[in-house]
Design a protein. Structure first.
Length: 265
């Protein structure tokens, strides 16, 4: 049943995400065409400059829109399908609350990954046809890999990737938890979710600060430590463990609230 939920979740979100990607793709293509025309005909005047600034601005805003829009759409989908009138239908399905949370989390996580890939692809589109850029990137990547191999830094690379991967899910988990707790507010569920996020953020900062003090002995000590095994690796492990613990807590909280404290009024 989880597979069917994931499939339906993709169908329900694909159109919105597809439209967002399409808008940015059009902006990227327009910017690329403008760049090619300007380079081919050596056009230089105030109008061309203004158009150039506008196309670049639209493209940059589009990229920023995808970064923030992805999380907004993810949370909006959870709110609409689980905590509003559509929630009546969702909770009448022969599936558990855990399966609902899992399907939405999996699909949301995949959309985050796809958005990252799409942003990278759009940036590369702007350099399409300029072989020197790709040659330069390839050379820099090769040098970076050689540097990592030479100094045996792969464990650091893996740790950074792990931090990014876990943090991405943690953002999903805290968003779901905030709305799940906020929906218990009778006046405004959105306001309740926002207030809950502020509380969770304060708690997270307090726990992180205490953890850093316990682990490194204070900010002065941290500033004196080189970015080596003595600092970087423990820091990465601390962040990974912290994000996993918080993600688990947020997910459990979401499950409890939707199972026992659900308010669809």
């Amino acid at each position: 049943m989880l597979g069917k939920l994931i499939k339906n979740e993709f169908k329900a979100t694909a159109r919105t995400f597809g439209l967002m990607y399409l808008i940015v793709l059009i902006a990227a293509v327009a910017l690329k065409v403008f760049m090619e025309i300007q380079e081919a005909f050596h056009l230089e005047n105030s109008i061309i400059d203004i158009l150039g600034v506008l196309t670049v601005t639209v493209f940059v805003l589009g990229i920023i829109g995808i970064i923030f829009g992805t999380f907004i759409l993810i949370l909006k989908r959870f709110y609409d399908s689980m905590l509003k009138s559509e929630g009546y239908l969702s909770f009448t399905l022969p599936v558990t609350v855990g399966q609902h949370i899992a399907s939405k989390s999996i699909v949301s996580y995949i959309w985050i990954l796809l958005s990252g890939v799409f942003i990278f692809a759009m940036i590369m589109l702007l350099f399409l046809g300029d072989t020197s850029v790709f040659v330069s990137l390839g050379q820099e990547l090769k040098e970076m890999i050689e540097l990592v191999n030479q100094h045996h830094l792969w464990k650091y690379v893996i740790e950074v990737i792990a931090v990014l991967a876990v943090s991405a899910y943690s953002y999903i988990a805290i968003g779901y938890a905030c709305f799940s707790v906020g929906q218990a507010w009778s006046r405004s569920k959105v306001a309740g979710a926002f207030a809950t996020y502020i509380v969770f953020s304060i708690i997270t900062q307090i726990v992180s600060t205490i953890g850093m003090l316990v682990l490194f002995g204070g900010l002065d000590t941290v500033n004196q430590i080189n970015m080596g095994d003595a600092f970087f690796e423990p820091l990465m492990i601390f962040v990974i463990v912290q994000e996993i613990v918080f993600a688990v807590i947020y997910t459990v909280l979401t499950y409890v609230m939707l199972s026992r404290k659900l308010n669809l009024e």
